[in-house]
Design a protein around this ligand. Structure first.
Ligand SMILES: Cc1ncc(COP(=O)(O)O)c(C=O)c1O
Length: 398
């Protein structure tokens, strides 16, 4: 596919979020583009030029659909990139990237803390099913990273801030090590979002963003993007993973995420500010054993975060309570404003305990092994979020 045109490139991010990818509807003059729920499009009269595995021609929804293409323009603009591919979920995007780049005998280096599906793909699927050599490493330890990325490594994948410990990895430093060994670097940027962090500008080759979270922002649609300036590989991803494996986004989800994306910078600014306040409050609260948030001066990732997160530190905090799994659950159930549910990046605040019997708990730093919760700060009044946490802590005797 050709490079995405961004007519609003010279403007700020909020202006681009409002204007890129949109236009008047040619048929009706409506100021919003329509939702095209068709899964099939009219073919040209002359079929001799049609390639049924291509995504260039609107022909069949799995090969690409109009709402997907408009959202792709917007996502590429938000990341200042030449191209974006929008698929059915964040995991669909991660899989599409790995599936296209890796083959039997290749080596991939991945982080010891990452979103669960990345762990599953590299810990038990790509290695066992396809003979890919998968090497787990602590990405905050750059000497260990250098040792793990041997010449011949095909891909290095990182996630920063990471899920669920909210740890920070130095994107520029890992990009340099990866490129010196001839490897590509992909970055899961979901927690940071494109307002706060643009990994391509820091040397990454690919970005993955679970649009389900901040870009959509309303907890009502699922989608994921791969973003890159490498147009040739992006076309391979479309061909190998979108058309021939099939995790394309539905037009309706693309339409919803497009709608959510319009207010994304505004929401994210608010979330950045509220989250820093909540993190500072938690730091002072007794019975809180640790607070992991890149914006806190005491955080080990603070200096790197300041360097690479240009507008704020995101909306996720992980923290610990000085208590057992059962009391953590009772605390979550006692919350009245914050919702006890998985996911992050919604309008409402969400909290999710990471129990001590989690199979990966030993991979996390010691302090995360007891009373550990992941908290996604939402758009409610920050005073209400804080008082809600306080009353729920008191209600379980903390
Ligand atoms: C960092 C990160 N990457 C990817 C995903 C997967 O996104 P999705 O649930 O849309 O597949 C998630 C979901 O929580 C995530 O937190």
């Amino acid at each position: 596919m050709a490079e995405k045109e961004n007519k609003f490139e010279a403007y700020g991010l909020a202006t681009q979020a409002v204007h890129t990818g949109t236009d008047y509807d040619a048929e009706t003059g409506a100021v919003r583009r329509p939702l095209h729920m068709a899964n099939s499009y009219k073919l040209p009269d002359d079929l001799s030029q049609v390639n049924y595995s291509s995504t260039d021609l609107l022909m069949y929804a799995r090969n690409g659909n109009a709402n997907q293409h408009w959202l792709e323009e917007k996502i590429a603009a938000l990341y200042g990139a030449k191209d974006a591919i929008v698929l059915a979920s964040g995991v669909g995007a991660l899989h599409a990237l790995f599936w296209t780049l890796l083959k039997t005998g290749d080596r991939v280096v991945y982080p010891n803390v990452s979103y669960m599906a990345v762990y599953r793909m590299f810990h038990e699927l790509f290695n066992c099913k396809f003979g890919v050599e998968t090497v787990m490493v602590d990405m905050t330890d750059l000497d260990a990273v250098k040792q793990a990325i041997t010449p011949g490594t095909r891909l290095v994948h990182i996630e920063t801030p990471d899920n669920p410990t909210v740890g920070v990895t130095d994107i520029a430093a890992v990009a340099e090590i990866a490129h010196a060994a001839g490897a590509l670097l992909s970055v899961d940027n979901t927690f940071a979002s494109p307002l706060n962090q643009r990994p391509l500008d820091l040397g990454a080759d690919f970005v993955v963003d679970a649009l389900t979270k901040y870009v959509n922002g309303h907890g009502d649609a699922q989608g994921g993007a791969i973003v890159s300036n490498d147009l040739e590989t992006m076309d391979r991803i479309r061909y190998e993973a979108q058309v021939n494996v099939g995790a394309v986004i539905s037009p309706f989800n693309a339409w919803q995420i497009f709608r959510g994306s319009v207010t994304f910078p505004l929401r994210m600014e608010r979330i950045n500010a509220s989250t820093l306040r909540v993190a500072r409050w938690l730091e002072q609260r007794e019975n809180v054993t640790f607070v992991s948030y890149p914006g806190l001066e005491r955080n080990p990732g603070f200096a790197v975060a300041q360097k690479q997160m240009q507008n704020g530190f995101g909306g996720v905090i992980s923290f610990g309570l000085d208590t057992d799994d059962k009391t953590v659950e009772r605390f979550c159930a006692a919350l009245k404003v914050v919702t006890f549910a998985v996911s992050l990046g919604h309008d409402e605040s969400l909290i999710f305990p990471q129990p001590s019997y989690d199979e990966r708990i030993q991979l996390y730093p010691e302090q995360f092994r007891r009373g550990f919760l992941r908290f996604s700060v939402g758009l409610e009044d920050v005073e209400d979020i804080i008082s809600d946490l306080d009353q729920a802590l008191q209600s379980v005797g903390l």
